[in-house]
Design a protein around this ligand. Structure first.
Ligand SMILES: [Zn+2]
Length: 334
């Protein structure tokens, strides 16, 4: 009896101006039994390396002998930004859109990012579910984002199992900012709109591998496979029947608290990620570093769940200090 197969193939995503081919590795795991196809990728934003670390560990942990169906995994979706440890690619490489996650489903005769996306879309369009692994910065509570009102995507998010789930409004329901920032071109949005349930786990910080978050991400992927009936039930993430153990569902409202002044930011030491806050709570203090003068005392812009907070840092006017998601009771689980 065969135990399933793993194949790693080198795929050319695009050609650079010099003629050098930009390649990445696509891993395909085929189970012995038939079943759906899950597509999972990491590091569209190259500094977001926790997802890449998740896929390496997932490779070691996936019980191929128990797999039904196919998993396609791309640990580095964007080698350009990976090498630069950056979020975006330089203008000289892509003058149309420096952010790969705004161009999906791509265009095989378009700009560099559009071509890269179009090449990977060939795998995605045949998938039954998509997990696009990201991380946030500078300090972020792990959470999963999905398109509000898309129940199969919401079920995938619950299966991944973070304590916080963020439902994002889309298309005609979305605020103007959603359109202005080109969110329709996110992989998760493009795939969901093609009828492929999709989620974006945001696994804590950028630029550093966070051990327990990586482990949490691997367990989340195995739990998603169990939800899709590609792995046995024992791989589902355990959540107790207790209401307190249910995930908090909130709305990804896009807005965030930004600094009005440049200086050194000291966050309010009493705040913890994941806590409920009301509007007008102190987020900390921005000081003038040479005179010690207080320049600004930023506060929360709304009531909800605090899910990102900048740690002690040099900030410039306009930098993000914190994000608060609006708890959405209407979307709450039974
Ligand atoms: Zn990202």
């Amino acid at each position: 009896m065969s135990d399933g197969t793993h194949v790693a193939e080198q795929v050319t995503l695009a050609r650079l101006p010099s003629g050098v081919e930009l390649t990445t590795t696509v891993h395909t795991y085929r189970g012995e039994g038939s079943g759906p196809t899950l597509y999972v990728q990491a590091a569209q934003h190259g500094r977001e390396i926790n997802g890449t670390a998740v896929l390496r560990r997932f490779h070691d942990r996936l019980p191929l002998e128990s797999l039904s169906g196919t998993v396609v995994a791309v640990p580095v979706a964007n080698p350009l930004t990976f090498d630069r440890v950056s979020y975006t690619a330089p203008h000289s490489i892509d003058s149309v859109n420096d952010n790969m996650n705004r161009v999906w489903p791509g265009d095989e005769s378009g700009s560099l990012h559009q071509r890269m996306a179009a090449r990977l879309w060939e795998y995605i369009e045949n998938a039954d579910a998509v997990v696009d692994l990201h991380t946030g910065s500078p300090d972020m509570l792990p959470h999963v984002v999905y398109l509000e009102a898309d129940e199969p995507s919401a079920a995938l998010a619950r299966a991944f199992g973070t304590d916080l789930l963020l439902a994002e409004e889309a298309a005609e329901d979305a605020p103007e900012e959603w359109h202005r920032r080109g969110f329709a071109g996110k992989l998760r949005v493009a795939a969901t709109q093609e009828g492929i349930p999709s989620i974006t786990p945001e696994l804590a910080h950028s630029r550093q591998i966070i051990e327990d978050v990586v482990e949490y991400g691997v367990e989340g992927l195995l739990s998603v496979l169990s939800h899709l009936e590609m792995l046995p039930q024992e791989y589902a993430r355990e959540r107790g029947p207790d209401r307190d153990d249910a995930p908090v569902i909130a709305r990804n409202h896009l807005g965030q608290v930004t600094a009005d002044e440049s200086g050194l930011f000291r966050p309010n030491p009493d705040l913890e990620l994941g806590q409920s806050v009301s509007k007008g709570i102190s987020l900390g203090t921005i000081y003038q570093p040479t005179t010690y003068d207080v320049l600004e005392r930023p506060v929360t812009d709304r009531e909800g769940i605090l899910y990102t907070l900048t740690r002690e840092a040099t900030v410039t006017a306009g930098s993000k200090l914190a994000s608060v998601a609006i708890r959405d009771e209407e979307l709450g689980l039974e």
